[in-house]
Design a binder for this molecule. Structure first.
Ligand code: ZN
Length: 437
């Protein structure tokens, strides 16, 4: 029963940290700087040129010439240079089709350092140990990486199941490889599990309408430790680093360059941030997998986080209402990174034969999920809901109440249908579109 129609193609990424020597790190750094410089040259050339002369072919010729003329561009493998061109062209395509802003220059300190390895076969991936794999990085050599997932290599690889390419990405924890994996997997059977409403809670990170919830009890925020995903020790270190950075910054004269020591402090702050994010993403992966395995229909509130952050503060003339509560909510949502949770749930639900629905949900936290009435004063605190409707009087956890309301809205047929042909893309400032990182 594995006819073609019962299978579906799946593209996913797999990220692994590379074990590099300092010399290898320098080599990849150089490649990344060359890739960024090439992008900037290309951007310069493209924007100077008349519209009629711009084409992929002329850009390709220009890049070939530049690689001959400029020595340091040659450290970037030819395939990676081609990938820069492709990404640049795609960035314009994204702009023309209304998905993204115009491509821009990439600044040395702000741009994400990355190098493409567009051909999967160049990688020659091997598993050398239960926990280790080996991969070839062009012009760098064989490099070890942590083996945490079965990858389609060697005899397991086929036309439909293979690694199609990779991208090297540097974050404050070092260079990683993001492998592009293409897999043809059997279409999952329809999920038979129960339906569930899900809310990003205040008292619990994720509240489920059936009374369950997902917590990370070992990771909690306190008054002294606003970041959930850091240990007390790390939080203290972060504070000390921030104070040191502020002090060093105060000694800086206007227009003076950032000192090496200040930059080193910034790097340490960023690396703590990256560590916290990695822990948050790990937790999200675990919980979303469990939810997608358990439930057939997952209903979430259609929140627009950016709008909420904006509206809470209001303006000077018109200050927002309940700023403290709302910004508390904002903090909990952005720290749990609600958007990422929803993205993970969407593709994981599909993988297990389930589906995710969004409902418009104004007032879900104020309404009583038992009697259905919104009675003023029912939400006693962030954590407690006590219905003030006479003849009801139900009381319980406010987050579970909201989650039940969300599920109820779905059952009443209020699920949002995505509007065709209208690209609504919200990106945080400075975040490049997916193909133009
Ligand atoms: Zn009630």
């Amino acid at each position: 029963m594995t006819s073609e129609s019962a299978r579906k193609g799946l593209q996913f990424g797999h990220r692994a940290r590379l074990m590099l020597t300092p010399a290898q790190v320098r080599l990849i750094d150089e490649q990344a700087h060359a890739a960024r410089a090439l992008w900037n040259l290309l951007h310069d050339w493209w924007t100077m040129l008349g519209k009629d002369k711009r084409s992929l072919a002329t850009a390709d010729a220009a890049i070939r010439q530049a690689r001959k003329d400029i020595d340091w561009l040659a450290v970037l493998p030819a395939q990676a240079s081609q990938a820069v061109l492709k990404t640049y062209f795609q960035a314009w395509q994204n702009h023309w089709e209304g998905r993204a802003d115009k491509p821009k220059f990439k600044a040395r300190l702000r741009a994400v350092m990355s190098v493409d390895i567009p051909q999967g076969r160049d990688l020659r991936i091997m598993r050398v140990h239960r926990r280790w794999g080996m991969v070839t990085i062009p012009k760098v050599g064989r490099v070890r990486f942590r083996w945490t997932r079965d990858l389609p290599i060697g005899k397991k690889a086929s036309a439909n199941n293979r690694i199609t390419g990779a991208r090297l990405v540097k974050d404050p924890l070092g260079w990683h490889i993001a492998l592009r994996v293409q897999a043809l997997q059997p279409e999952p059977e329809r999920h038979q599990g129960p339906e569930v409403g899900l809310d990003a809670g205040v008292s619990v990170p994720l509240a489920l309408s059936d009374g369950n919830h997902q917590t990370h009890d070992e990771w909690r925020s306190t008054k002294d430790k606003p970041n959930v995903w850091l240990t007390d020790k790390e939080q203290a270190k972060l504070l000390a680093l921030q104070q040191r950075a502020a002090r060093r910054k105060s000694f800086r004269k206007p227009g003076e360059r950032t000192s090496h020591r200040l930059r080193a402090t910034y790097d340490q702050i960023a690396s703590l941030g990256a560590r916290a994010k990695r822990r948050a993403v790990d937790w999200q992966h675990q919980t979303t997998t469990e939810i997608a395995r358990t439930y057939s229909v997952i209903v979430v509130e259609d929140l627009t986080i950016t709008n909420m952050v904006k509206s809470a503060k209001g303006t000077v003339e018109k200050p927002g209402k309940n700023v403290a509560q709302k910004s508390g909510l904002n903090r909990s949502i952005s720290q749990e990174a609600w958007g990422r949770t929803v993205t993970m749930l969407t593709y994981k639900a599909a993988r297990y034969g389930g589906i995710l629905h969004k409902v418009p949900a104004p007032g879900t936290s104020q309404r009583c999920s038992v009697c259905g009435f919104t009675t003023p004063g029912s939400r006693e605190s962030q954590a407690m809901f006590a219905c003030k409707n006479e003849g009801c009087g139900w009381s319980g956890n406010a987050d579970h109440n909201a989650a039940r309301n969300i599920l109820h809205l779905y059952r009443m047929g209020l699920a949002l249908v995505p509007v065709a042909g209208r690209a609504i893309v919200r990106r945080a400032h400075r975040v490049e579109p997916a193909t133009a990182r």
